[in-house]
Design a protein around this ligand. Structure first.
Ligand code: 6PG
Length: 483
């Protein structure tokens, strides 16, 4: 057997999937894990590619088996365990070796670890990997942050295991130290915002329009055939069509309405604020998850305050226009955070390239990313995505639709629409004006919604979540209102 090209330590879900992907592509690997069980389990799964896999019982043996300069990929929690791991491996490595953290990590920690390893003549790579287990196994999108030298060593491997778009790998070097993990963090922030948008439209259609989950799923499938095409819309269409195999009715009704979060969306919001940026759509999504987690309180508050909702007559074409505008705005917010970080840390991020490597493999892959990369290559005015001429007609049509949706949702007691979609518009008052809206930017939100015949009806918001969001929204309007 040839020398292993790379060592993988940590054979949990993601580590095993990446290792299998490599072995499957004919890359010779060595693997190990803190405990023996996962090694044996991995070797069973890797049986078809056994010729490419060397399993070793200890970290010391793994490191000794790697040719220099070594590439050692760790898929372990990027918090304390990563620091413990580094303390253990630094004395075992030699100058020029590279340690790769392929988990989601706080980029500040990645920067500190890069500096620490550099003191020992070692490279530290923060590698953002997106696509979940399936992506890691068959082709993820990968955002590399680290030295040029370590990129030269790792690039041939990443290019082979990455998702491909038009024959090109969805993996690239973002910049030094924490750049890769930061780009991955913002990717996840956008993911949070997109998922929140989906949840809010589901809420409108389910509880406002009274559609069944399978009807809503069918609508998502139809949207997914058009400009909103994306992985998240695709799986929403599929998920909503499932019935509960253990009970009666739609599967979605059997799932507890309590969302968790591992932290990447929160990090994005925190970093945005630290960088003086507005990430309102991502903040709205993080806040909605936090409210969602407080289910017991929501139940008590719903009973105490009432939770009446107005009816909603959907116009699917108008909703599509609104959703497309919202998606442009959420990406625009994400790229503005990236631009601010790039300037702050001297990374020189290539935004067109980032959009390109997000077109396949990752969770936020979407048809829109083709246009986004083109828009950046065309140098949009002020460097802003939302000012790109190619998006002007879409925003012209979408922003008034989004405005009606948000204001109607808030006043109809379907508050989720105000939480995220509203935040998006509030964060981008200027383009709303530029593209011909009748209102003067954010101030337009203070006007009462237009009530259309057969459209919104009912009472003011009653649910506590709604009150919170509406108050938050109004405060945001007041504070962002042009003086
Ligand atoms: C990906 C995903 C993946 C995961 C995050 C977010 O790109 O493959 O973003 O990293 O979804 O860990 O998890 P939470 O939504 O639970 O915070």
């Amino acid at each position: 057997m040839a020398d292993p090209q790379i060592g993988i330590y940590g054979l949990g879900t993601m580590g095993a999937a990446l290792a299998l992907n490599m072995a499957d592509k004919g890359i010779d690997i060595a693997v190990s894990n803190r405990s023996a069980g996962p090694i044996a389990e991995f070797m069973t799964r890797a049986a078809p590619f056994a010729a490419h896999v060397t399993a070793l019982g200890t970290l010391e043996e793994l490191i000794a088996a790697l040719p220099r300069p070594r590439l050692l990929l760790a898929m372990i929690p990027s918090t304390g365990p990563m620091d413990d791991f580094l303390a253990q491996v630094i004395p075992l490595l030699a100058e020029g070796d590279t340690v790769i953290d392929a988990g989601n990590a706080d980029f500040h920690a990645t920067r500190a670890r890069s500096a620490l390893l550099a003191e020992h003549g070692l490279h530290f790579v923060g590698l953002g990997v997106s696509g979940g287990e399936e992506g890691a196994r068959h082709g993820p999108s990968m955002m590399f942050g680290g030295s040029e030298e370590s990129w030269v060593g790792l690039q041939p491997i990443l290019s082979r295991i990455a998702a491909q778009f038009d024959g090109a790998p969805c993996a690239d070097r973002m910049g030094p130290d924490g750049a890769g993990h930061f780009v991955k963090t913002v990717h996840n922030g956008i993911e949070y915002a997109d998922m929140q948008m989906i949840a809010e439209i589901y809420e409108l259609l389910r509880h406002g329009a009274g559609l069944s989950p399978s009807e809503i799923g069918a609508q998502f499938a139809r949207w997914n055939d058009g400009p909103l095409e994306s992985y998240l819309f695709e799986i929403t269409g599929t998920v909503l069509s499932y019935d509960d195999p253990l009970g009666e009715g739609p599967m979605v009704d059997a799932i507890l309405d309590r969302a968790g979060q591992k932290g990447t969306g929160r990090w994005t919001a925190i970093e945005a604020v630290t960088l003086g940026q507005s990430a309102t759509m991502i903040e709205g999504a993080v806040a909605a998850r936090a409210w969602s987690a407080e289910k017991d309180l929501r139940e008590v508050a719903g009973a105490a305050l009432g939770a009446d909702r107005a009816g909603f007559t959907p116009d699917f074409e108008e909703l599509e226009a609104a959703l497309l505008a919202a998606r442009i705005l959420e990406y625009a917010q994400g790229f503005r955070i990236l631009a601010a970080a790039s300037a702050e840390y001297g990374w020189q991020l290539d935004f067109a390239r980032i959009a390109e490597i997000w077109r396949a493999g990752c969770i936020i892959r979407a048809r829109l990313l083709d246009d986004i990369s083109d828009a950046f290559r065309e140098s949009p005015p002020e460097g802003q995505l939302f000012l790109a001429p190619r998006f002007a007609p879409v925003l012209d049509a979408g922003i008034p639709a989004l405005r009606r949706l948000v204001s109607g949702g808030d006043c109809g007691g379907l508050p989720a629409a105000g939480a995220r979609l509203g935040a998006g518009l509030l964060g981008h008052a200027a383009p709303a004006t530029r593209h011909g809206g009748a209102d003067t930017g954010a101030a337009g939100f203070l006007r009462p919604p237009r009530i259309r015949p057969g459209g919104w009806r009912g009472r003011a918001p009653r649910a506590v979540v709604g009150l919170s969001h509406v108050c938050g929204g109004v405060l945001a309007v007041l504070t962002s209102r042009p003086i």
